[in-house]
Design a protein around this ligand. Sequence first.
Ligand code: LMR
Length: 354
Amino acid sequence: MVKKMKLFLTGSFITIIILIVLFSYRQSIFSINSLPFDDEQRGLNEQIIIHFSHVVAENTPKGIAAEKFKALVEEKSGGKVVVQIYPNGMLFNDENELEALRDNKVQIIAPTISKLTNSLPNWQVLDLPFIIENNEQLKKVLNGETSDSLLQELEKINIKGLTFWNNGFKQIASTSPVIGVEDFNGMRIRMMSSDILDDQFKLLGAKPIATSFGDVYSGIKNNIVDAQENTISNIYSKQFHTMENHITLSNHGVLAYAVMMNEDFWNSLDTDTQKIITDSFEEMQDWQFERAEQFNEENLSYLKENSAVHIYELDEPIKNEWKEKLKTIYTQYEKNVNGHYLSDLLKELNEPDS
Ligand code: LMR
């Protein structure tokens, strides 16, 4: 009798345990919607993959901004949206990234504004030499109405403009000192492919050569170019200063990025996902601008510590000589491209801060 009772109790205990386990399992199966997205399971939900291609190193203002964007979007979407980043031109370079975006081979790129000026000439306004003088102005301009209208112009070429990112001011890195305008004479200068940059260097007496960013290192090494204009973070992260060890802090132009998406891909996204993307850009905007300034400052201090690198500043009279040589570029832009963008930008720059 006692034996039977024991058997009955053990049986009941095992049955209860089995029921508890089964119940918990069913509960978890039917509550999948509350679980984080599991990218090893298929068919439960549609995962969205965004391929983001860019041409610079990871430890640069654009490189870290792409990483920050990835982290924000993936977190906000609970892993439903995945951003895969391809830095250093490993997938596409300056020559083919726009086409790759249009063909939806990648969904986001962030080229320098200058690289769009051949398709959208109005954008040249942001490349006018010495138009923007300091970081405060740069931030104001890239977040302002003129830039917003420029970004909308991407619609003309069926691209969705998302935002502008910052990489500060361009300097001259060269194999021999460039201080006075006469030092530009006959100098072969690598630049991004852009008519206004071509005009700028011709007015200074140099010989501009347009190349892709990925070809700059070999161009200097193989003695095809003597100099380039670029930001300190791009010069330092690619070690250009090991060959172009004269750096002139001219701040003559700005380098900003237009972050853009394939338009059909954007239109295919549901409104929640679109909002996650725009919110992420908005949330990181100030951070991106500050990190870009810090990067350029920190990298400049490393260059200053390097005794093989010679750094020059332009004093006011010399800077005015550069400006004098370059001033016709403003009238050319106003006359041949778009006077209204130039006057809007100048107005924005002169408006007192609110
Ligand atoms: C360059 O080509 O020098 C730059 O546009 C590279 C970049 O993306 O910062």
